[in-house]
Design a protein around this ligand. Structure first.
Ligand code: NAD
Length: 478
């Protein structure tokens, strides 16, 4: 079955009432009025988003608690405060980022003037996931608006409280004519994907990423895919293991492991793993108490399907810490597995839950080989004191980001591009990259008609012209 047929069948079967064609037409009409282009409009939208995050903090915290059992402080760190900072960063740089930049010219074109003009793409679609349902919806929307686009946001149906809240309050804080929220699941997204967008920005898993890419291909729509994968963590000999353990535990078990850049598994030599194990256990107790089920900062698995998927990865023989589950509350204890290898169930795909496999390697060389034998990760974490080890990982591995001595910290720097490579995604955002991804860098050049500097290029070609062309227009480099 072709993608077109699949989409059409889905539409016929689901009976969604969404009229995506009318929606896109409407927004395109708004975009064509030019209302979204001035800097003042763009700034007003960003300020509106930031005001919404501040004024509606309590409502967001409640929705995030309902959807994912997130603690208010964690919601602030990873969702509200985080997104607000990102918006502030964009507001600070926007004017200079969108200013036309003059471009240098070769000698023979010198009387011309050239510049690069960043123009908005038009009407864009943002499809966001459930695990950080505020941040991953609003950070791309902020970029799209900063770049002067009209936007449709499709939040995840798996975080229904947050999705409903966004649909209800977002229009109050931004220009409703140019920003819309479409709630729904597969039928609605499928319907949206039949339309011709000027960009699709998707965050989520790679299987759906392929569906997005296929649908976009029909209209030659550019796509950003922010995907996931297994982010490895290598722990070298000689590091401060107590701090390493605390940082790994923080990265792994925040949001009950449902973080795209969470350390997926740890690789180290056997002596390092043996020293690390009790320290991981100690850090888990410090953060979440003797019984994490009672902790108000430890989250729950988003739904039954994911609970079943993650629980099945816990093979009893390998559990060295945790392992308890409760289906009713979708609770999975912070769990550490040891003695597993690359063939173990937990190593087949992204874990996306609170299970940490420990994998033994003989040292840096084998660790790098292990990483390079698999899909390019969204993030790679290396705990080391050695400059040589850092140099090796920078040079010999490829990943969306490479953080030394702490997981996830690259997200704290809005000046760093965020995105995957290979199977972990395509395209970047955050800060200036968020504006770039939703813009087209248009080449603009203006050559006076007198004198006609192009005359040398016109036929017929004489030997004088030939010499001039070779010397000035296309000189061979020596
Ligand atoms: P999800 O189930 O919420 O899906 C994401 C979006 O895709 C939703 O809006 C959903 O409605 C839509 N969708 C689902 N099925 C679809 C279909 N058949 N056709 C069209 N659209 C469809 O979220 P998820 O995919 O479970 O999210 C978790 C994954 O996302 C993990 O792999 C994680 O690593 C990755 N992720 C990546 C990032 C990043 O920034 N790179 C961030 C968060 C999550």
């Amino acid at each position: 079955m072709t993608e077109t047929m699949r989409l059409e069948t889905a539409r016929a079967e689901d009976g969604t009432t969404l009229d995506a064609a009318a929606l896109v037409d409407d927004l395109r009409g708004v975009f064509r009025t030019g209302v979204t282009k001035p800097l003042a409009w763009r700034k007003a939208q960003l300020e509106g988003l930031r005001r919404m995050l501040a004024e509606q903090e309590a409502a967001f915290v409640e929705a995030l608690d309902t959807d994912l059992g997130k603690h208010a402080t964690e919601s602030w760190i990873t969702e509200l405060g985080y997104t607000s900072n990102e918006i502030t960063h964009i507001l600070g740089g926007l004017k200079s980022w969108i200013r036309p930049r003059s471009a240098p010219l070769p000698l023979w074109l010198r009387p011309a003037r050239a510049k690069i003009v960043r123009e908005p793409l038009g009407v864009v679609l943002v499809i966001s996931p459930w695990n950080y349902p505020v941040q991953l919806a609003l950070a791309p929307v902020a970029g799209a608006l900063a770049a002067g686009n009209a936007v449709v946001l499709k939040p995840s149906e798996l975080a229904p409280a947050t999705s409903a809240l966004l649909a209800r309050i977002l229009p109050r804080y931004v220009d409703q004519a140019a920003v819309r929220v479409v709630e729904g699941g597969v039928p609605e997204t499928t319907e949206l994907l039949t339309e011709h967008w000027d960009h699709i920005f998707y965050t989520g898993n790679g299987a759906v990423g392929r569906i997005i890419l296929e649908a976009a291909a029909r209209h030659l729509t550019p796509v950003t895919l922010e995907l996931g994968g297994k982010s490895p963590t290598f722990v070298d000999d000689g590091v401060d293991l107590e701090t390493a353990a605390r940082r790994i535990v923080w990265g792994k078990y925040t949001n009950a492991g449902q973080t795209c850049v969470a350390p997926d598994f740890v690789i180290a030599t056997r002596p390092v793993l043996e020293d690390l194990k009790p320290l991981l256990d100690k850090a888990i107790r410090e953060f979440y108490g003797e019984d994490p089920a009672q902790s108000d900062v430890y989250g729950r698995i988003v739904n039954e399907r994911h609970f079943g998927r993650v629980s099945r990865l816990i093979t009893e023989a390998h559990v060295v810490r945790g392992g308890a589950t409760d289906a009713e509350s979708r609770y999975i204890e912070p769990t550490v597995l040891d003695g597993v290898d690359g063939d173990h169930l937990s190593m087949q795909e992204e874990i996306f839950g609170p299970i940490l496999p420990l994998i033994e390697v003989s040292g840096v060389d084998e660790a790098i080989e292990f990483i390079n034998d698999r899909d390019k990760p969204l993030a790679l974490y290396v705990f080391t004191n050695r400059a040589e080890t850092k140099r090796r990982f920078i040079r010999d591995t490829s990943s969306g980001a490479l953080d030394f001595n702490a997981p996830m910290i690259h997200l704290g720097a809005p000046s760093l591009p965020f995105g995957g490579v290979g199977a972990s995604g395509m395209g970047k955002y955050h800060g200036e990259e968020s504006v770039a991804v939703f813009s087209h860098a248009k080449a603009v050049i203006d050559l006076p008609t007198k004198p006609d500097l192009l005359a040398t290029l016109y036929p017929p070609f004489t030997s004088i012209k030939e010499t001039l062309i070779r010397r000035i227009v296309a000189p061979s480099r020596r």
